[in-house]
Ligand binder design. Structure first.
Ligand SMILES: [Fe+2]
Length: 265
């Protein structure tokens, strides 16, 4: 009998506030996240696992994480996460694990391996892989040489075509890419941070980003600018024969008030 693929859903850049009514450049981030979650829940094909790829909070508050927990702990799936530049590592550690929200960073799913990395550099918008993260990555890749490995983290490890985002990715991405050269079991990379859909390939490894659940950044823009595209998320299907299929789903309309003239946040 043909086996169904394992379905993952990647949700990113939620930017929740302590105040559920507070908006980020015209978008009430609680409402837009709720709309994305409702969309995920309404799909016929339900995910087996959900991964949050950073920037869970916007204001580094306990209440923002409490809202997140309230919305996620009634889901039937296990939820995994990585921190973004807007997250407070100590706060996150004090909240998780909790019920279905796991702190695991190495997940084995049949012949697949998910490796979740922290690319956060304290007090910086840009990212960085600390030595312990790179050591962890290396350990996981060595440990399961025959598993197809998926690596997930927050910051972009490649240029994404926008001048202003150039310096805000993983600043030591060269070390990361040279480490990957030693392994043939890296299948695909997924990240958040850039609030837009993007894909490419490097060293024969495919990589993908995902829209945010709140504001969307303008594609190929040299300066900060918003894109009038609805909020969304990514689905990822992992097949037993090694195929990976993925795509982005957007809501049918923009949640909030689109701010064409926004210059930053
Ligand atoms: Fe973000």
């Amino acid at each position: 009998m043909k086996k169904d693929p394992i379905r993952l859903v990647q949700i990113s850049d939620i930017h929740l506030f302590a105040d559920k009514q507070k908006a980020l450049l015209g978008v009430k981030t609680y409402d837009s996240f709720l709309a994305v979650l409702d969309h995920v829940k309404s799909c016929t094909k339900q995910p087996d696992h959900i991964i949050l790829s950073g920037d869970l909070s916007q204001d580094y508050t306990k209440d923002s994480y409490t809202h997140l927990i309230q919305l996620l702990t009634n889901l039937p799936q296990t939820v995994y996460f990585v921190p973004g530049n807007h997250d407070q590592p100590e706060l996150i550690s004090s909240f998780f694990p909790q019920k279905n929200i796991s702190k695991l960073k190495q997940i084995i799913l049949e012949d697949w391996q998910l490796i979740l990395l922290n690319s956060q550099k304290p007090n910086r918008v840009s990212g960085y892989f600390a030595e312990e993260e790179l050591n962890f990555l290396e350990k996981c890749l060595k440990e399961y040489p025959n598993h197809r490995s998926i690596i997930i983290f927050h910051h972009h490890p490649v240029s994404v075509g926008s001048q202003w985002l150039e310096k805000l990715g993983v600043t030591n991405a060269d070390v990361f890419w040279s480490l990957l050269r030693n392994f043939s079991n890296v299948h695909t990379i997924f990240f958040g941070h850039i609030h837009q859909e993007h894909e490419g390939s490097k060293q024969n490894i495919k990589y993908y980003s995902v829209p945010s659940t709140c504001i969307q950044f303008k594609i190929n823009s040299d300066h900060f600018s918003l894109e009038n595209l609805p909020q969304g998320y990514r689905w990822i299907d992992l097949y037993p024969d090694g195929q990976l299929k993925t795509g982005v789903i957007r809501l049918d309309h923009y949640i909030g008030e689109f701010q064409k003239e926004a210059k930053g946040y």
